[in-house]
Design a protein around this ligand. Sequence first.
Ligand code: NAD
Length: 483
Amino acid sequence: MAKKLKNYIGGEWVESSATTYTPVVNPATCEVLGECPESTRADVDMAVRAAQEAFEEWRQTPVLNRAQYMYRLKNAIEDRFEDLTEMVVKENGKTRDEARGEVRRGIESIDFATSVPVLMRSDGVEDIAAGIDEDTVRQPAGVFAAITPFNFPAMVPLWFLPTAITCGNTFILKPSPQTPISMDVLFEVLEEIDLPEGVVNLIQGGKEAATAIMEHPGIRGVSFVGSTPVARIVYETCTRHGKRVQAQGGAKNYIAVLPDADMNASVKNIMGAAYGCAGQRCLAAAVVVGVGDAYEKVRDEIVKQAGALRVGYGLSETTQMGTVVSAAARERIHNMITQGEQQGAKVLLDGRSMQVDGYENGNFVGPTVVENVGPDNILAKEEVFGPVLSLMKVDSYDEAVDVINSSRYGNAASIFTNNGKYARDFKYRVNAGNIGVNIGVAAPSASFPFGGQKESFFGDLHGQGIDSIDFYTEKKIVIERWI
Ligand code: NAD
């Protein structure tokens, strides 16, 4: 029988007070994996109280001791590595290797959190005035929460939880109701490392629970990752309720290919960037802009290689691309391709009729390549979040930069070239928060902040890296005279 998911509050698995449960469905097999509660305001309130009660003692736990929990967490996740990756595949639809990569990336964030004892150090000046010393101390700020998306069900929560708690805060996580079971597994792992009760709490649910988090006066700050319309709501609601907030939104990532680029290496990179995780990545390549005669070369090779990708169930080791997350996602992607066609685009490789033997009801969309995509086409402007790569031809490098900068999103952009002058100019002028030079997916490692500009990010301090230490601590200035 499908597991009825519980919340984890104050060190115990607690049944939600929800009246509604949503089935969690394996998008390849259509098997129901679990039932996710629509947790309520009362559930969130219970979690906030548990986190508040745990805070005083946890903040007084020396930071070196707090960091020790991160070593334990890392080892405990390594022990459950394959369980966790299997659940990511089952509920999300990506391939086993992609799930392994995601959990590895999550573990890197735990590694980063072991540096918190160093990163929480701060500055001081003796004799700032005669006999007066002035110092900064960083203190944990209270209860933090994260609201996370379906596409990286294990990694994205780990961008936040390890650093937040090692800084001395207590924490509430609300994962996506589409992929909640990976976090059920992770909280089993967290239970094994014996954190004090209430330091970490899990609330399963959707909009109602998210709204209760954003509005709860007991929560100091919220980290959000998801689509742009929701990121905007989260940013506005949290600021209205006096909270610190970082809201990472959606994307439309462009890749410029110049005629002097190494075409083989470029296409290999673009393939991974466009079709990895079936295009359901905020750093996915969405539009390739070919400059001059680079265009035809790149287009022909992309169509050839995309057509050869093996699509299938993520748990099969031979699968190169899995499903999209749900029937609704599949339908949305189909509709966007059709609309793109109606607006003048030409479909060179069509994934809409994709069928996989043995998984006839699976939500597969095959690799799709579309050309003649004008700047006003829906496929150039809106996030598809599926395995659809749009192609555009321009005459010059400057035209490519203008097209990229006209996007309302600014998550990532890449250039493929062997010319340092263009590479430098691209870094300098392109308005995106993560820039790749001969790199298709410019994914910042855990010790760097995750960039994001324009409608891809709302807030000031980004997730990860040193920004996360600023986000999860309060700076206090102490001025002293003893003589
Ligand atoms: P989503 O916005 O639908 O949901 C994200 C989270 O918000 C979920 O936990 C959901 O329950 C909650 N939510 C939904 N509606 C809400 C509302 N009205 N108020 C408050 N909370 C609400 O996103 P998704 O479909 O799960 O994830 C895909 C999106 O996430 C894509 O747009 C992708 O680009 C983006 N994403 C961005 C990054 C980044 O770092 N910028 C990383 C991963 C994914």
